[in-house]
Design a protein around this ligand. Structure first.
Ligand SMILES: Cc1cc2nc3c(=O)[nH]c(=O)nc-3n(C[C@H](O)[C@H](O)[C@H](O)COP(=O)(O)O)c2cc1C
Length: 248
């Protein structure tokens, strides 16, 4: 099975929780013999769709823009059996980098509109991979992913075979959370294996991925102390890393 894992976090691997989880997922997929390629959108040049519809009219299936999307990413995406969209939750949806990627997949669909179940849609031009969504968020409640999930389900319908959402992802890397973090990362790895083997994640694995790690009140108190400390010290979270800025 050919898998293309697309990571849209702008953060590097020292800081990105999307990448932290994606690494475990990929490890599990590879252990089930999937051929996985990971691409980081932060190192790619992808322009916005300009809405010219050249890909629907003059050059069907081919975008007029010449960048990493046209040259490399769209062909790889369409050739893969399974694609993973790995994104941080930004403003309760996929981030702009991933949204830009999604909009640039317009050449993959036909201009003609069909009616199905009282709704309009465009048929696919050719083959399309099955899809997996992976996302992380700062807030602790699982429902922060409702809008993203609803959007991706609407877009990809039956092709979306699995969704892995991890709230309180920033909390997971804090001291004191080592055990639960290890269990969650192990469950994400297991999910990778299950997706490759069965195209779905078992209830037990999903329960481990979703397990609550902190209550809302404690999380708010901890986060507010952290932000106030960064503000007082005049540092960003990245600059504070490994510097022991937060005194208890
Ligand atoms: C622009 C921006 C918007 C965000 N929006 C949300 C949000 O709507 N809900 C939430 O729970 N966390 C939100 N967060 C927090 C991130 O989802 C969280 O820090 C996540 O771990 C970042 O993933 P990364 O480390 O892979 O970049 C936001 C962060 C940024 C920078």
């Amino acid at each position: 099975m050919k898998v293309l894992a697309i990571n849209s976090s702008p953060r590097g691997k020292d800081q990105s929780k999307t990448e932290l989880l994606l690494n475990s997922l990929v490890e599990g997929m590879r252990s089930a013999n999937a051929d996985v390629e990971v691409v980081h959108l932060r190192s790619k040049k992808i322009n916005y769709c300009i809405g010219c519809y050249t890909c629907w009219t003059k050059t069907p299936g081919t975008c007029v823009l010449k960048d990493d999307m046209t040259r490399e990413l769209l062909p790889k995406f369409l050739e893969s059996d399974l694609a993973v969209f790995a994104t941080p939750l930004y403003h309760f949806g996929v981030n702009a980098q991933l949204k830009t990627f999604i909009e640039r997949t317009l050449p993959a669909i036909e201009p003609f509109i069909i009616e199905h179940d009282g709704k309009a849609s465009h048929p696919l031009r050719g083959r399309h991979p099955l899809m997996v969504a992976l996302s992380v968020a700062g807030f602790p409640e699982y429902s922060v992913f409702d809008q993203m999930s609803s959007h991706l389900r609407y877009l990809y319908n039956g092709a979306l075979v699995a969704e892995i959402y991890r709230p309180a992802a920033e909390t997971l890397v804090q001291p004191g959370f080592e055990k639960v973090r290890a269990d969650i990362l192990d469950a994400v790895k297991q999910a990778g294996t299950e997706i490759v083997q069965n195209f779905k994640i078992s209830d037990d694995t999903m329960k481990r991925i979703k397990q609550p790690v902190i209550d809302l009140k404690t999380m708010c108190e901890g986060a507010n102390v952290m932000w106030q400390t960064y503000i007082d010290a005049g540092v960003t979270p990245k600059e504070a890393m490994g510097k022991n800025v937060i005194k208890k």
